[in-house]
Write a protein that binds this ligand. Structure first.
Ligand code: PMP
Length: 452
């Protein structure tokens, strides 16, 4: 390239002419990401970073995978685009492959270009199929940024657009969080009261089309339900003729040590949505998968949905390559093996940091939650402070790790640790050491305010 832009110019132009997501614009200070390989990326100054969040918990195969790149090049030179009403080889091959990896019973597919629009498809399908309107979501959840999907998002990212979000027929149930139960119960004595509460909601709301869940909650803190929860929820949905939608946008594709998080409990959803890891994020692809029973309904009923870029061949070919590569590398087993190692190290870390309230995870999907005090489990920051652009402690800790070359996602009161599934022990050691060092910021605050 002649006359390449300097890093400073790249940053200045990006910031001046692009919106930075989910923040006050003056608080956006992007770094220049120049190139990447495996678990690392390099910035415009040549500094290397360990990517312990797989970018946005999506690059499960790591950066720069030759097989995925080749599949994009091959597809581009064969058939770069086909309108969605055509059959294509990529579409057929991917459909066949999905039957092997998706939870049993998922047989009919709608391909989108993001997790958000996979969820939009799911809501419309659920409403058309059941003839009902309401969707029960949960408070600590994220389901996307468009009108319906942000309206179904329980966390306060919904607040700034609340007026336009209203009227989308979404109601919220308490999240399933055994560390800090929002309905003040203790597992296992609770008898899974959160599921009973949800049944109470279904019975009293009426007109409920679906219950929408992240089987393992992602950004909102890697919340893992107890073993009885999903079998019980499945039965409740069946008893009331309500569909179960599993949003596996983040939790799918090996992240939790199974192909899909819901597989941890052997439960079959009626609709499954996913994106991110489906192509290891090399190209934007989302998927809304349904049971055959739902598919049969649309044989005689009008399927009122579609996009120009639906089933875009350039997005499907890399999904095929990604699944093949995951199978060849045995990445599901690897997520379990490396996840156990990471979990051990994080539990050890907890013992030496009073600011760590809880460590939890499955596969290579872990959260470290910070608290002001171990008893009351009070967080350091509130959502309002985040929306107001005030300093958030976990973000300051993440900035300190970044200065040491380790990238870890910080969110409200916790870190989400989700490295590429190809991660090695030495890289886990590097990331945990960086967290260990940076947590001094939180521990020091506890010492400064011992009465907290
Ligand atoms: N659902 C979940 C659980 C997610 O984590 C996300 C993205 N973080 C989405 C939906 C939205 O996906 P996308 O950003 O691809 O639109």
């Amino acid at each position: 390239m002649s006359n390449p832009l300097s890093s400073l110019e790249v940053i200045a132009l990006t910031k001046k002419h692009n919106y930075g997501t989910w923040r006050k614009q003056k608080n956006w200070n992007p770094s220049h990401l120049l190139s990447a390989d495996g678990c690392y990326f390099t910035d415009g100054d040549g500094k290397r970073f360990l990517d312990f969040s797989s970018q946005l918990m999506c690059m499960n195969l790591g950066h720069n995978n030759p097989a995925v790149i080749q599949s994009i090049q091959d597809q581009a030179s064969t058939l770069a685009y086909a309108a969605p009403f055509y059959a294509t080889t990529a579409r057929a091959e991917l459909s066949k492959l999905l039957l092997d990896v998706l939870p049993p019973g998922m047989t009919k597919f709608f391909f989108t270009t993001s997790g958000t629009d996979a969820n939009e498809a799911a809501f419309k399908i659920a409403r058309m199929y059941t003839g009902k309107t309401k969707i029960i979501s949960r408070y600590r959840s994220y389901h996307g940024s468009t009108s319906s999907s942000i309206a179904a998002t329980g966390d306060p990212r919904r607040w700034p657009i609340e007026p336009s979000g209203k009227g989308h027929g979404v109601i919220f149930s308490p999240e399933v969080n055994c560390y800090k139960c929002p309905i003040r119960h203790t597992y296992p004595q609770c008898g899974i009261a959160c599921a009973d509460y949800l049944e109470h909601m279904i019975a009293n709301e009426g007109d409920v089309a679906a219950v929408l869940v992240e089987p393992v909650v992602g950004t909102n803190g890697v919340l893992i339900p107890p073993p009885e929860y999903f079998p019980k929820l499945r039965k409740i949905c069946d008893d009331h003729g309500v569909l179960l939608i599993a949003d596996e946008v983040m939790s799918g594709w090996g992240r939790t040590g199974k192909w899909f998080a819901i597989d941890n409990w052997g439960v079959q959803p009626d609709i499954l949505t996913t994106a991110k890891g489906i192509t290891s994020a090399y190209v934007p692809l989302g998927l809304c998968a349904t049971t055959q029973k739902i598919a049969d309904f649309f044989e005689e009923n009008y399927f009122a949905h579609g996009h120009t870029y639906e089933a875009h061949p350039m997005t499907l070919a890399p999904a095929i390559a990604t699944i093949h590569k995951m199978q060849r590398l045995g990445l599901i087993d690897r997520a379990n093996e490396m996840g156990a190692y990471l979990g051990e190290k994080l539990h050890a870390l907890k013992a030496s940091h009073p600011s760590i309230g809880n460590v939890r995870g499955l596969g290579l999907f872990w959260a470290v939650e910070l608290v002001k005090d171990q008893q009351a489990k009070r967080p350091f920051n509130t959502w309002q402070e985040k929306l107001d652009g005030k300093p958030i402690l976990v973000e300051q800790i993440a900035a300190r790790m970044l200065s040491k070359g380790v990238v870890m996602q910080a969110w409200m009161s916790h870190f989400v640790l989700a490295p590429p599934l190809i991660v090695e022990k030495a890289q886990i050691d590097e990331a945990v050491a960086a967290l260990d060092e940076a947590l001094i910021l939180a521990d020091a605050l506890l010492e400064a305010e011992p009465a907290l």
